[in-house]
Design a protein around this ligand. Structure first.
Ligand SMILES: Cc1ncc(COP(=O)(O)O)c(C=O)c1O
Length: 375
């Protein structure tokens, strides 16, 4: 059977642009790439406690058996959703199978025809995809630019009774930086029909329960998207918000409705990961490593995007150039990934360093010293 010509052309075009994606292999390099910021994905303690919890609760079931609206809403969902709402100071929480599902489910269903979505120009692909599925009009504002956001809000709230949804990330996945959430919230609060939505994927676990809570903004946010596949080292996501929002999503969010629920094991892992988060000293180790990375990169005069999070990026323009530097670092034993265009804009290609509680200070200094000799 012949492979469709148009698809073949797209693949060859990617090859020509040096941006063809390939699946990676497991390796034993020093990890500066995974999202397992606190080391929970590899935690035997978490694995053993989860197993014990399931056995003690006689929950020896492998799968959810159906959509949550049919047979899949097993009792662990209620337990974990209550736990999440309490820990995150939210009226309710609703678990989705992944952050991708949560974002497309929210944006495809909540903003209505005639409404407006204002999104940061560097927003994550899952939010962009959700926006594409929406009937609302969407406009970008400049990255982390409060003034531009305010201008756009004024433009779209004048003589208009439509709802406006503003979406940003509390830690940007490809830059590691954060917007001024307090300033944005002050602007948004002036308008009753403007609703603030924040994706906390890369803040949860790194900044305790996320930046919204750190800044005491819970009551000003319409919806928070939290994901468990990063700082918590497991899988799944939740939308935090009001009871009415939860009820709406259960009724209209298609990525929530038309899919098999998570397994009891996945939910038990989320439950235990939160318990571990409360007692683990990995958070303190991670914060120390972040400070060490920042001071070492300054000492070596390396040019990184300003960030206090676990993600630190060094812009190296050109797919070929950034790939060759990543390869050199990999050959010296460090797993550092190049982020290529079109994932990021052309000329904004970068090396993305993810820091972890389990990276040693020596590993951090060494990877940066190596980088300094290659750039
Ligand atoms: C900002 C952001 N939101 C959502 C997601 C999707 O989350 P998940 O991996 O759980 O699908 C990601 C993952 O890369 C992300 O970086």
């Amino acid at each position: 059977m012949e492979f469709p010509k148009k698809l073949y052309q797209k693949i060859t075009q990617r090859e020509a642009q040096n941006s063809l994606r390939r699946l990676g292999k497991e390796n034993s390099l020093i990890d500066f790439s995974s999202n397992d910021y606190l080391g929970f994905a590899k935690s035997e303690v978490l694995f053993d406690k989860t197993h014990k919890f399931l056995v003690d609760n006689n929950s020896k079931i492998n799968g959810a058996t159906g959509s949550r609206l049919l047979s899949g809403n097993h009792k662990l969902y209620t337990i974990v959703e209550k736990q999440l709402a309490k820990l995150h100071n939210s009226e309710t929480s609703l678990i989705f199978n992944s952050g991708y599902d949560a974002n497309i489910g929210f944006f495809a269903s909540v903003p209505q025809r005639g409404d407006v979505i204002l999104y940061d120009e560097l927003i994550h692909a899952s939010i962009r995809d959700g926006i594409q599925l929406s009937n609302a009009k969407s406009f970008k504002f400049k990255h982390n630019d409060t003034k531009d956001l305010e201008e756009k809000i004024l433009r779209f709230t004048q003589n208009n009774d439509s709802e406006v949804y503003v979406i940003t990330e509390s830690v940007f996945s490809m830059d590691g930086d954060s917007p001024d959430l307090i300033a944005m919230s002050q602007i948004i609060k002036k308008h009753t029909n403007v609703h603030f939505v924040i994706d906390e994927a890369h803040a949860l676990g790194v900044f305790d329960f996320g930046l919204v809570q750190k800044l005491h903004l819970e009551n000003d946010i319409f919806a928070r998207i939290i994901t468990f596949g990063k700082g918590l080292g497991c899988h799944g996501a939740a939308i935090l918000g009001s009871g009415q929002l939860q009820q709406y999503l259960v009724n209209f969010s298609r990525s929530f409705i038309y899919t098999t629920g998570l397994s009891p094991h996945a939910l038990a892992t989320i439950k235990i990961a939160y318990e571990e988060l409360a007692i683990s000293n990995s958070k303190a180790q991670l914060l120390q490593n972040i400070q060490h990375f920042i001071s070492e990169s300054n000492r070596l005069k390396l040019n990184f995007i300003k960030s206090n999070s676990a993600i630190h990026c060094c812009i190296i323009s050109g797919n070929e150039h950034v790939k060759s530097i990543a390869l050199q670092l990999q050959q010296h034993g460090f797993e550092v990934k190049p982020i290529l265009s079109p994932t990021v804009p052309i000329n904004q290609e970068r090396l993305r360093f993810c820091l972890h509680a389990y990276n040693s200070k020596e590993e951090i200094t060494n990877v940066l010293k190596n980088l300094a000799t290659f750039v």
